[in-house]
Design a protein around this ligand. Structure first.
Ligand code: ZN
Ligand code: ZN
Length: 357
């Protein structure tokens, strides 16, 4: 963890921060290697302090290296603020997307108004993965793909969306994942037009669209994958059309991925193809997102972002076309940005596949 602490210290110094605090599990996993849910860290130019309560002391002693570990009682935020106060720190950076208003009030009540928003200090570091992190995302992705390949031949008419989602998540744990990286999306028929629909009681029928978006978490890292199938037979000409268009857009966007390219341009590479195909209004979400300790993290790929791709980033490319009342298609792969361009981690077939009942 020493490399990460030092990289953070360099960022803090460059941007005029005197120290950094975090109460966020994702940040504390990244900076301290701790995978518990409740902890606090304080990083100053000279010190790295890790605070937790009795429940986590043993775990912290195993997992956390490069920090002074201190077991504390009472409210963690107050103890953290006291540590800030004792050291007379100023311009103490915090991540505004993780700290609640309540937590900030608690911190300020003890240490005063010494806290300063630092939105990108850690997220920028986290967005560029090292080899070990990429290997973990790849392993999580391979695990999820294995589950998909084994379950597809078993699909029979009558299984409900919820049952299929449950089967997928059960297999994750049986194969060594800690669980799904987000709630599994399994949608049949016209319900596939709901980009983030919740699996329900809809039973699978011949001629259905089957849209599956899922991933697992393994060794603290997430995977993310979407495939869309036809069950039994192709639901109609319209489906074939939007499938081919989505696939062409997805491939075009992957072609555009390399260091130095703006995330907005990658988004546009896919969006232009879908718009030219007459379905612009049916692609209402961003093209993709970073994946790592969290399922959605920096960078975001959408028409508004100012983010630029860098080597080591792990992102999804997931265009979709959703025709209300009829059905939808989304195709999502995990991609690593490399010095030369990119590597597609996802291996599962993405040409249109008709599943046999
Ligand atoms: Zn997904
Ligand atoms: Zn995704």
């Amino acid at each position: 963890m020493t490399n990460r602490i030092n990289a953070l210290r360099e960022n803090l110094a460059n941007e005029g921060y005197g120290a950094f605090i975090s109460l966020a599990p994702a940040t504390n996993q990244y900076l301290a290697g701790f995978n518990g849910t409740t902890s606090a860290i304080l990083i100053t130019p000279e010190e790295a302090l890790f605070l937790c309560d009795f429940r986590y002391t043993e775990q912290a002693q195993e997992q956390v290296h490069g920090y002074t570990i201190r077991e504390v009682k009472g409210k963690l935020g107050v103890r953290l603020a006291e540590a800030v106060l004792e050291r007379s720190l100023t311009a103490v950076g915090f991540e505004p997307h993780y700290v609640t208003v309540d937590e900030l009030n608690t911190l300020q009540a003890t240490a005063g108004k010494v806290f300063k928003e630092a939105s990108e200090t850690v997220s920028a570091l986290r967005s560029r993965k090292d080899e070990a992190e990429i290997a973990k995302v790849r392993a999580a992705s391979e695990l999820a793909e294995g589950v998909l390949e084994d379950l597809l031949p078993e699909l029979r008419p009558g299984i409900t969306e919820r049952e299929l989602a449950a089967r997928i998540e059960y297999e994750f744990k049986m194969r060594g994942a800690s669980g799904p990286s987000f709630d599994t999306i399994a949608l049949f028929g016209a319900r596939s037009s709901l980009p983030h629909g919740q699996p329900g009681d809809r039973a699978l029928q011949d001629g259905d669209v089957v849209l599956l978006d899922f991933g697992c978490r393994r060794e603290g890292y997430c995977s993310d994958l979407t495939r869309t199938y036809a069950f039994g037979r192709i639901p109609g000409e319209w489906f074939q059309q939007i499938y081919e268009l989505t696939l062409a857009a997805q491939r075009q966007a992957i072609e555009a991925v390399r260091p130095g390219v703006s995330c907005r341009d990658v988004d546009a590479a896919a969006r232009d193809i879908i718009s030219e195909g007459g379905h612009g209004r049916h692609f209402g979400h961003g093209l993709g997102h970073g994946v790592g300790i969290e399922i959605h993290e920096a960078p975001r790929l959408n028409p508004e972002t100012t983010a630029v791709l860098e080597a080591g980033m792990v992102i999804t490319i997931e265009p979709g076309i959703y025709v209300p009342g009829q059905g939808g298609v989304r195709i999502e792969d995990l991609i690593v940005v490399t010095q030369e361009g990119c590597n597609v981690l996802t291996r599962t077939q993405k040409e249109l596949r008709v599943l046999s009942p």
